[in-house]
Ligand binder design. Structure first.
Ligand code: AMP
Length: 225
């Protein structure tokens, strides 16, 4: 069967991580989240983590030199041989070109860029109320839309819930600005290559999931034609 090499595009808070987790379960493909990898490095206190933290807390992009090699190595690993789901990368033109070169070098190509679209005011509402599990960042809650059973405690493993430093309102606004100036141009870039698939991210996670899953199932059929 052909591989599915997918990237998820969209502003912070669009639900990329949530949808990627579900797609991983649907299609048994690795979910590679640059944000999660960086946060794990921060938690471990590695040199890379210490350097990245400054940028992350400010809502800025970590320098390309730090991130590009990390991700191009990761997509070449064994578990990503039959496909991958990249979440949070690429975030600018240089990263997009680096990914394309790395895939060319492996005689592979990108299957599609899935764009989850959400307006700015909705992003702010979602992120400011987001709480994540201190142990497993994939366990995500929202104080209004999806509260845990007990305040600040993860339903799934009983760990403490925290607000990410970069989910404070001023930082969210800055992250959106970074998204509009640096990442949004990739929409035209992938559209020009015929790879863009647009999804309405304003709906609830189940509805978005149904649409994403159907889109990926169609892509898989097309790859096998
Ligand atoms: P995320 O969880 O995807 O919102 O990422 C959180 C933070 O990690 C971002 O605000 C950036 O500081 C950093 N980051 C994640 N992915 C990248 C990337 N591809 N390039 C540069 N910085 C990134």
């Amino acid at each position: 069967m052909s591989e599915l090499n997918l990237i998820l595009l969209g502003p912070p808070g669009a639900g990329k991580g949530t949808q990627a987790d579900r797609l991983r379960d649907d299609f048994a493909m690795p979910h590679i989240s640059t944000g999660d990898i960086l946060r794990a490095q921060v938690a471990e206190g590695t040199e890379l983590g210490q350097e990245a933290k400054r940028y992350m807390d400010a809502g800025d992009l970590v320098p390309d030199e730090v991130i590009v090699g990390m991700i191009t190595d990761r997509v070449a690993e064994g578990d990503a041989r039959d496909g991958f789901l990249l979440d949070g990368f690429p975030r600018n033109q240089k990263q997009a070109e680096a990914l394309s070169e790395a895939l060319n070098g492996l005689e592979r190509h990108l299957t599609a860029a899935l764009l989850i679209e959400v307006p700015d005011d909705e992003v702010v509402r979602r992120l400011a109320g987001r709480r994540v599990c201190v142990k497993n960042p994939g366990h995500i809650y929202h104080v209004d839309f999806d509260p845990p059973k007990h305040e600040d405690v993860c339903d799934q493993d009983g760990s403490r819930l925290i607000q990410r430093d970069d989910d404070r309102e001023e930082t969210i606004r800055h992250r959106l600005e970074v998204y509009h100036t640096q990442t949004e141009p990739l929409i035209d870039y992938y559209d020009g290559k015929g790879l863009l698939r647009r999804l309405d991210g304003r709906r609830g996670p189940d509805e978005v999931h149904a649409h994403v899953r159907a889109t990926v199932a169609t892509l898989r059929l097309e790859e096998n034609l």
